[in-house]
Ligand binder design. Structure first.
Ligand SMILES: [Zn+2]
Length: 497
């Protein structure tokens, strides 16, 4: 299987798909899957743009919205994780993963999925120590600080990824695992990014939890972005250093690292790491990776049984408060949940992820005559969106018999005119799916139905009776304040071009 790996996407879907088409022609290859390593910017409209944490000069609609609005169709199955410049309100709707538009799948805040038999895991966001141990407390509408903290990774998600025992083919993180530079050509890295010298000396470049995950999961490949440069490294997990070329061109180094080993036992003991640049002309933002798959493999996204069991087993202590979240002191036993998930997938008859994308917010309308766009250079003044319970998430939780916890307020505005909780929608036509049919019958037809399915999701007898974050907190006795001060003023996590 040929996978095109992209560094930061920054909402430039037209340019990325165009580059892949050129590559296919030039190299005479056929790309089966595109993977984007964060800063995807799934911005649907001006309101999403208002939730994007980045310097104002980089705040631009770019081209994702066209795919969301059905004006363009993603030509390649596309998988992505979140970075530190995202429409986080949109990604929060799909915390467990889901379609952001037809053919483009978000892996979730943490997740594992299979595509063509290849197992791909990932962790969205970037590491900041002062938010790491907290719950996912950010509540819509987001404050300026929430917009910057929501993409800081949380221990809960890393904890879940550390429960994985089975082999991982590919893992994705936006920021690099700490210490990774020591396994590649640091000299070349410092040539392109001289300001990193101190961090390299102190071994503070990168994410410590990602380093822990690298050592635990030992995936065959690890792809990252964030630093806006291309960098390849080979990590040996058996203590033996494998010879690698540090002399030729960057291209030669990358190729030799990606070709190290095959699928034999010894290559299972090393991880081929590759970070890529952002999508800009003349930059190294794209790389084709060839992963052997059995013939006639079905090229579709499929749920991962072990990950579904972990999701189910860890759901009762999903932390949603701004306090230090306690992880279970005793190991979570996955056996019963694994058997349950296996049976549920058997009943379903397939592990395939359903194609159940639906529009949940009005797509951007570039018509200059649209009201409320007279100021700010033709862009409407963004509103801070409220919570939307995405029907894909409700269906996923229903499949696993889990309660819906993503609405912090658990209150739904009953006085809205549109069917999707959007108080100021301009026209109702964006509630149609792309083939022009109305939303699936599983989707609530009015806001009060949505409220019921969100806040009164039925608990089965198998589910532990924990319904709110307060109950979870008190059940786990986690209400103690966080050690030290939590910074309220967040800096921009912007990486220079
Ligand atoms: Zn970026």
């Amino acid at each position: 299987m040929k996978i095109a790996v992209e560094g930061c996407a920054h909402g430039e879907l037209d340019a990325i798909y165009g580059a892949i088409r050129c590559l296919e022609e030039r190299e005479n290859v056929k790309i089966d899957l595109l993977i984007c390593c964060g800063d995807f910017q799934a911005v649907r409209n001006e309101d999403d743009l208002g939730n994007l944490a980045c310097p104002a000069k980089y705040r631009s609609m770019n081209t994702f919205w066209k795919y969301y609005a059905g004006k363009e169709k993603a030509p390649y199955p596309t998988l992505f994780i979140g970075g530190n410049h995202e429409a986080s309100n949109h990604l929060w709707e799909l915390f467990y993963g889901g379609w952001v538009c037809p053919n483009v799948y978000f892996l979730g805040f943490a997740g594992v999925i299979r595509f063509g038999g290849v197992r791909i895991g990932g962790l969205s966001g970037i590491y900041k120590s002062h938010h790491y141990h907290l719950g996912h407390y950010e509540c819509q509408p987001y404050s300026e600080n929430d917009m910057r903290s929501i993409y800081h990774i949380r221990e809960y998600d890393v904890y879940r990824l550390k429960k994985i025992q089975e082999h991982m083919d590919i893992f994705l993180s936006h920021d690099w695992p700490r210490g990774i530079s020591a396994h590649g050509n640091e000299k070349r890295l410092l040539k392109s990014k001289p300001y990193l010298e101190e961090e390299l000396l102190k071994n503070t470049l990168g994410s410590p939890p990602a380093e822990e995950l690298l050592n635990h999961l030992r995936p065959s490949y690890w792809f990252s972005a964030h630093m806006h440069t291309k960098f390849a490294a080979l990590v040996s997990h058996d203590g033996r250093r494998r010879p690698q070329s540090n002399n030729g061109s960057a291209e030669h180094e990358t190729t030799s690292i990606l070709r190290t080993g095959g699928n034999d036992q010894s290559s299972m003991q090393c991880t081929r790491f590759l970070a890529l640049d952002k999508c800009l002309p003349g930059r190294d933002f794209l790389q084709i990776v060839d992963i052997p798959t059995p013939p006639n493999t079905s090229m579709q996204f499929e749920y991962d049984e072990e990950w579904l069991a972990i999701t189910k087993a860890c759901h009762s202590f999903f932390p949603l408060q701004r306090v230090r979240a306690a992880m279970p002191s005793r190991p979570v036993d996955l056996q019963a949940d694994r058997a349950w998930v296996k049976e549920r997938l058997r009943e379903r008859g397939t592990s395939a992820v359903p194609s159940n994308f639906v529009v949940t917010a009005p797509p951007y309308d570039p018509t200059p005559s649209t009201p409320d766009r007279s100021s700010s250079g033709g862009m409407a003044t963004p509103r801070r969106p409220r919570h939307i319970a995405n029907p894909q998430t409700l269906a996923f939780l229903e499949m696993l018999d889990l309660p819906y916890l993503l609405d912090h307020s658990a209150k739904v505005d009953r006085n809205v005119s549109g069917p999707w909780l959007w108080p100021h929608s301009r026209t109702p036509d964006w509630t149609l799916q792309f083939d022009g049919t109305p939303p699936a019958s599983s989707c609530p037809s009015n806001p009060s139905d949505m409220g019921r399915s969100a806040s009164q999701h039925r608990l089965s007898s198998r589910e532990k009776p924990v319904q709110s974050s307060e109950e979870i907190a008190s059940a786990l006795d986690v209400s103690q304040p966080v050690d030290g001060e939590v910074e309220d003023e967040e800096e921009d996590d912007y990486i220079p071009l």
